[in-house]
Design a binder for this molecule. Structure first.
Ligand SMILES: [Zn+2]
Length: 265
């Protein structure tokens, strides 16, 4: 099967063979899946451009082999090249092969697309640093991801094709609970959970504030008297000042945390 990447109008035509592996096939047209794709184009083209022309964002790719040798996204394709493209999953042995980027950061930081409010809240509940606002355009999201080295979470593959976005996760699930599992599985974050350590409203870190402390005195006006009468321990967001205590709301959230823990592989 031959897929012209662009109209041939120059003298030097490059003919290369691409093959996508594992989950990357889900992103291709049905007739392109799990087979060699031969494409022709004039002049020079990077491997990143070539694979993204098939709808596969570079953030989904962890390893590129050109004629059996590991190469980066910027590799310029040459006539006759055979390119194998592997996803960001470690379901096959990568030992001894250089991947296109380093292993994920130990404690990753995220920025979420505007429609992922519930996912952002879940990840904050589990203690992850996630920047989320419901009003941001694509270029703002891409800039935050690049400037602050955050992993961009989105369901929009075009957003992940932007050059400045180095790290991202294309979410396949629609349900926020399943999306959360998708992120935890993908980056293997199950040992990094720190529930109730971040503010659900702004994502800032929480600090403990005991009854009678200075921090408590500052927060006291925002605590209802009926709560103050029984509760001695509070958490206060260092960023926005929101106060948390273990009321009935806590039990619901704790049940959600337990549901996540029970889903660990
Ligand atoms: Zn806060």
């Amino acid at each position: 099967m031959t897929e012209p990447l662009s109209r041939a109008d120059g003298p030097a035509i490059c003919r290369v063979t691409l093959r996508f592996y594992e989950e990357l096939n889900d992103l291709l047209r049905p007739d392109q899946r799990k087979k060699d794709i031969v494409c022709e184009f004039p002049g020079k083209r990077s491997v990143k451009d070539a694979m993204e022309s098939f709808g596969v964002p570079h953030t989904e790719v962890d390893l590129i082999l050109v004629n059996g040798v590991s190469e980066g996204f910027g590799y310029l394709l040459k006539d006759g090249d055979r390119v194998s493209i592997y996803p960001a999953f470690e379901r096959f042995d990568l030992e001894g092969i250089t991947k296109v980027r380093e292993t994920p950061l130990r404690t990753p930081r995220f920025v979420a697309d505007v429609h992922l409010g519930k996912l952002a809240r879940n990840l904050r509940l589990l203690g992850f640093d996630i920047d989320y606002r419901n009003s941001r355009d694509d270029s703002e999201l891409a800039a935050i991801a690049a400037d602050e080295k955050r992993i961009l979470l989105t369901r929009d593959r075009r957003l992940l094709m932007r050059k400045t976005v180095d790290r991202g996760i294309l979410l396949h699930q629609e349900d926020p609970f399943k999306q959360t599992l998708e992120v935890l599985d993908r980056l293997d974050l199950w040992d990094a959970l720190a529930p109730f350590s971040r503010c659900l409203a702004c994502g800032g870190p929480l600090a403990e504030a005991f009854h009678g402390s200075d921090a408590f005195a500052k927060a006291e006006p925002s605590i209802p008297p009926r709560v103050r009468s029984w509760c001695r321990e509070y958490s206060i967001c260092r960023q926005c000042g929101k106060v948390y205590w273990k009321g009935s709301h806590y039990d619901r959230l704790d049940a959600l945390v337990q549901r996540f823990r029970a889903s660990a592989p």
